[in-house]
Structure formats: C-alpha cells, structure tokens
Design a binder for this molecule. Sequence first.
Ligand SMILES: [Cu+2]
Length: 241
Amino acid sequence: MKKSGVVACKLFLLVLFLFASPALAYQETAVADGGSIVGKVMFKGTAPAPKKITVTRDKKVCDRETKYTESLLVSKNRGVKNVVVRLTDIKKGRKFEVPNSFEIDQGGCQFRPHVSIVQAGKPFVLINKDGILHNFRTTGTINPTLNKAQPKFKKRLKIKLDKPEILRVNCDVHEWMDGWLVVAAHPYYSLSDKSGAFEIVNVPPGTYTLEIWHETLGKQTQKVTVKAKKKTRVSLELAKK
Ligand SMILES: [Cu+2]
C-alpha cells in the first residue's frame, strides 16, 4: 500500500473510533455521593384553558368522556405539567433503569401518558384495548419515521427507538390523538407533575447544563452546580411565545 493510502486508512480508523467508541457514550457507574436537583416550572402570565376535543370517528369508543387538549396544562398555582427537565451534558452517572414493560395506553383514543420518557434502544409497549384500529406515527429528525398500524386484535405492540431525541407521536386514524416521546440515553431526565414540580436524583457532583423543554412553550437552558449529597433548588419560569 502506498504511504498516502496508509495515512488515509489510519484516518478512517480514527474517525470510526471517534464515532463508534462506546467510551464517548453515557457511562454507567456507581454514584456514592450524588446530589439532586429539585424545582418547579411556573407559567408566566395567564394560561389559556385547554380546548375541548371534537371526536369525529369511532365515537362509541373515543367519545365516552369529554376530552381536552393537553398541549399546555397549567395548575391553579401556575405550575406547568409535562415539562421535560434534563441534563444535556452529563457523561457518566447512575444506572439507567426504565422498566422493561413501560406502556403507553391509547384507551379512549388518547395517549396516556401524553409525554413519555423512554430508554433509547429498549422496547416499550403500545396498548390498544379499544377494539378499534390505531395507527402509530412518529415524527422525529434523528430516528427513522415509524408508521405502524395497530389493528383491533393487536392489544400490545412493541416499539423501539434507538437515538436520543424528543419526537412527536400521532395516530393517523384519530387526528386529535397526539403525544410526545422523549427518547433518553441516560437517566437524568424528569417530567414535571401537575404542580410543575420535578426532581433529578443521584447526580454526581459537578456543573451541568440543565435544559427544560415544553411542547408549546419552547426550550431554555441554564447552568446548574450539584454538590455531594445536597439538594440544588432551581426555579424556572416559562411564558407563552
Ligand atoms: Cu387512534
């Protein structure tokens, strides 16, 4: 082989190593002195009330109870539900243990939960007990688009997404059915509850980038420093764009 060929070959191997090396991925390790990040996400301003959904198909099953949009859920005390709070630059930490059988239910023709955190590369299950057809579609930019029919006899459908990403999910049969999948490659994610509260636990001491994301209120980042065995409190506020 010519010298230039050898150099090119070495470069190729280096590039392959850099992109394929598991050393660059998230590393699971024992965390003995972890701290936590706790806080609340509050809404700034007056929140609009959720809109009533008009059911246009399969009314017998899908219209049993009144449904409302879930794209912005704000409590009486201004807490925002379903905000994804995560550390974007953490390289190692505790073991990632999302249950093997994590389920998303489509009962009554709504995704439950509306926002789900799932583990990259690990299957979760879509439940269809309605006895009707649903068609699960994902719209992401990193993972390939999924378009999977789930006929009425298929009560459980396994889905797996490999790359970390926040992506939208819809049902092509029932146009009001929408939700979000948060595909995570490490466990330092939290989803705010109805009071806006969240908690990220057992974080190795250090300074990290904390990102908050909400489907209609957008994204914000800030630096956060976690100290050994201490709680770091953060207050976050989101406004309508
Ligand atoms: Cu559906």
